[in-house]
Design a binder for this molecule. Sequence first.
Ligand code: FES
Length: 117
Amino acid sequence: MRPRRGSAAFAAWEDGSMAWKSVLREEDLPEGVMAGAEAGALRVVLCRHRGAVHAYEDHCPHAGGPLSHGNFTDGRLICPWHAWEFLCETGAWGANPAVGLRRLPVKIEQGRIWIDA
Ligand code: FES
C-alpha cells in the first residue's frame, strides 16, 4: 500500500529506505484484542490496551513460543507454551521485568497499523 503523499512514510517509501510495513487495518485491533501479523519476514504480535497499540516480535524469550497463539487477558499477553505473562504496554515479563519481549515501533496512519521492522 502506497503511503499518503506528504507523510513521513511517503518520504521513506519514495527514497527506497522505507522500513515501515502496514500489518493490519486499525479496526481489526479494537481495545482488549491481540493479533498476530507478518511484517516482511518477521512474525509480530500486536495488542491494544488502554487505547494504545503495542507490537513485539512474536517470540517468547523463555523457549520461543508464539505469543500470538496464546491469550490476552487484563493487558497481559500469555504464552501458549508455559503461560509466562508479559505486559502489553511494556513487553516486560510479570515475574521479572528485566526479561521482556522485543518491542517494535508502531504508528497508525491512513486507518492502518504500521510497524517499523
Ligand atoms: S515458551 Fe513461552 S512460556 Fe515457555
